[in-house]
Design a protein around this ligand. Sequence first.
Ligand SMILES: [Zn+2]
Length: 277
Amino acid sequence: MASETQHGYLVLADISGYTSYLAQVELEHANEILTDLLAVIVNQFKQALTISKLEGDAVFANINESGMPNGERLLELIESTYFHFRRRRDASQRQTTCTCRACQSIPSLDLKFFVHHGDYIVQDISGIRELVGSDVNLIHRLTKNHITEQTGWHAYTLFTDRTLEHINIRPEGLHAQTESYEHLGAISTQSMDIHPRIIASNEGHPEKEIARRAAGDVVGEMSLISGDTRIASVIALGDVRVLCIDRLNFESLLRERPEVSLAVMRELCKRLKERSN
Ligand SMILES: [Zn+2]
């Protein structure tokens, strides 16, 4: 059968942190965890896409334009894939009692999506199906980019401009960035943070984002003062450097430096106001 050029979406889901993860940890457990997570991605993708290839840390899929008439469906698929990935990842972390580095580093694994609209040929060599074309090369090249560096995001969806023209939707909060690649030139991309888009279900209690904290902010001061258990967990969206102060030091700091007490009180008032809004 002669191969015909097809137009459609190329979608790549890439597990971030994979290379460093495999390099430094116990291979057997690492492999088990990764296989499990890749299967989650495949099972989600299969619902609307054709799986083209498993690429170690990535799942590559495609769909002919006619098979995805609605861009909304594509975004939903990515979102649900991320949701299931995170749920599985967090569940394996909770369930494991193993102290090996692989099992301990499960939270470092995250997921990035790359979506490109372009042309490709489905090549069949002795029954082995493969997608070829410069757009296929492009989407793979896009995995090497500066998004995390620029934004601090570890989980995102990157769209090429051409994709957004085709899906005809503009998600909110897009980050525009031009990447350049040898032989391909400058490629303009738009990326979207997918962390805030998921609401992880935690044993039937949906997780809810209460607030966002940034550099210089204080967390945990309420429970330190009241002695009660904390009311929320802090999830880092990127690399974070923290200064920890234990209760003893915190209390002596408050006693010795009235200006610190005042600053903490101001912060508490601000937080109370925030919560009553
Ligand atoms: Zn282990």
